[in-house]
Design a protein around this ligand. Structure first.
Ligand SMILES: Cc1cc2nc3c(=O)[nH]c(=O)nc-3n(C[C@H](O)[C@H](O)[C@H](O)COP(=O)(O)OP(=O)(O)OC[C@H]3O[C@@H](n4cnc5c(N)ncnc54)[C@H](O)[C@@H]3O)c2cc1C
Length: 478
């Protein structure tokens, strides 16, 4: 099909009929010709407002112009200078509500495909010969980072670039946070994540897996006994919420976190090459309509479910999933039950799930979240026959670390209180960012918070060291 200047250049993707039965990546990326064509669509605006929509402020026009000029090395250098995880953000960021939403092209045509181009540059870089030399830190103050999700990884990478020795402590046996245990292979292959983490290791970041700070080591021990000058907490929001309806403890009910962790981190997607299968029934209902819900229902189909259902108490308009994930789920045959509220999980005498009792909802006035409030329609109860129910209705921060560390203030949702600009918490030398502060949000917001905190840590340490610049810049509660 000929490409058109008015429209975003499409990225090729694997056919729905084929891809819905395996875990290989759905999107195939641009080739050089498409990337250059798309790069030429950028208007070279005087006021590149797209940059305002990017939490890590990637110099978007500059990297796109480098592609248009055929200078991939320059494009990669510009991109990586602002975002240490470009291959990941190019795949999973909701660009349509960030940089691309602000693009001036939107006024008449469709925006420049900034996300597709970011992915293209990062994938080009991944194809270049590896640099095996590991950079050595040149500063004295050691920094500990707790959690290896995007917040922790970006914070660690930025600090390593500033010369600090950085150790990331991760509770699980492999780093990456949600990027590894949550987002499935067909959207973000582990090989891409591993490569990005290897780049960080080469930049000097050390990663210690299988260490739960707050249990294996106390946070205070890092500061008092182990000689770390500062700690960044990026422990995410991995504690699933439940509905509290009857039948939630039946066999065959999962939280989306458990379901996806078994598939991704424990590699059920690769069974029988891996030893850890994940058995699903014929009909799997997923409750919720965010990215996690879409990943869950699409994974269930790939594991052999004949029917994958999304059950959501609001309408399609209030759904929080990325447009692309919703679109791909439709193509792969997912059934959507909008305005449907589950009120009971039904089971058989052996304690296994047999159905989901629901009621029909209608939308009322806006609630605190600004979205129309769903209200039950009297006498509208009905049963959907299902074999599994997976709850994907949100998560909150795991309280273990926060409760085991004195003096860290949390809010009424259990999120750690930290300054948005600097990540400073209510305790000196402890910084935080990402989902543990905001509640479940996005990769790029976590990355942005990690970057801001790294800059604040450097400013505060520079001030303590007596560097003039650090003293000038120091601000806030420390
Ligand atoms: C299934 C799913 C799909 C998603 N899809 C998208 C998407 O398409 N686009 C998007 O932008 N966002 C998406 N998100 C949201 C995004 O992944 C998160 O907002 C982001 O990962 C948060 O990053 P983080 O670094 O704050 O925390 P996490 O990624 O949660 O990482 C926290 C890490 O800290 C570790 N940890 C926790 N406690 C301790 C402890 N005490 N000691 C040591 N380590 C600890 C955890 O094991 C984990 O590895 C998705 C989320 C999920 C669950």
């Amino acid at each position: 099909m000929p490409l058109k200047r008015m429209d975003k250049t499409p990225m090729s993707e694997r056919a729905a009929g084929r891809r819905a039965h395996d875990f290989l990546e759905v999107n195939e990326g641009y080739d050089m010709a498409r990337a250059m064509f798309e790069a030429e669509r950028c208007l070279r605006c005087q006021d590149p407002v797209c940059v305002d929509g990017c939490p890590v402020r990637i110099p978007i026009p500059e990297f796109i112009h480098a592609i248009a000029a055929g200078d991939m090395r320059e494009a990669a250098t510009i991109l990586r200078g602002a975002n240490p995880l470009p291959a990941i953000c190019g795949r999973v960021c909701p660009q349509e509500t960030q940089c691309e939403e602000l693009c001036h092209m939107n006024n008449r045509f469709s925006s420049a495909a900034i996300g597709h181009l970011e992915r293209f540059v990062a994938d080009w870089e991944r194809g270049q010969p590896a640099n095996d030399a590991t950079r050595q830190p040149w500063r004295d103050e050691k920094i500990a980072v707790i959690g290896s999700g995007p917040a922790g990884l970006v914070c660690a990478g930025q600090l390593a670039d500033m010369g600090y020795p950085v150790t990331v402590y991760e509770a699980l046996h492999a780093p990456g946070g949600v990027l590894r245990y949550g987002i499935p292979e067909f959207r973000l292959p582990n090989a891409v994540l591993d490569w990005e983490i290897d780049v960080l290791r080469q930049r000097g970041v050390e990663i210690a897996n299988n260490i739960i700070v707050g249990k294996t080591i106390a946070l205070d021990a890092l500061l008092d006994d182990m000689g770390f000058a500062a700690v960044f907490v990026g422990t995410g929001a991995g504690l699933p919420k439940f509905l509290g309806i009857p039948g939630e403890n039946l066999n065959g009910v999962f939280s989306a976190n458990e379901f996806l962790t078994r598939i991704n981190l424990m590699r059920a997607y690769d069974f029988p090459v891996s030893d850890t299968p994940m058995k699903v029934g014929k009909r799997v209902a997923v409750i919720g309509a965010g990215n996690t819900a879409m990943d869950t229902v699409r994974s269930a189909l790939r594991l052999g479910a004949e029917k994958g259902l999304i059950v959501y108490r609001r309408s399609e308009t209030e759904m929080t999933a990325r447009i692309e994930e919703h679109h791909h789920a439709i193509e792969e045959g997912v059934e959507f039950h909008w305005l449907t509220n589950p009120i009971e999980v039904l089971g058989n005498v052996d304690g296994w799930v047999t159905g989901l009792k629901c009621q029909v909802m209608e939308l009322g006035e806006a609630d605190d979240s600004g979205r129309a409030r769903p209200l039950p329609v009297a006498g509208s109860e009905f049963v959907i026959p299902v074999d599994n129910v997976v709850l994907s209705i949100g998560t909150t921060p795991n309280p273990l670390l926060l409760q085991s560390t004195a003096g860290l203030e949390t809010d009424r949702w259990g999120c750690l209180v930290a300054d948005e600009e600097s990540g400073r918490t209510t305790r000196a030398r402890i910084y935080a960012g990402g989902d543990v502060v905001t509640g479940a949000a996005t990769v790029i917001l976590a990355a942005g918070a990690g970057k801001n905190a790294a800059e604040a840590i450097d400013r505060d340490l520079s001030a303590a060291r007596g560097d003039d610049q650090g003293r000038e810049l120091q601000s806030g509660r420390h």
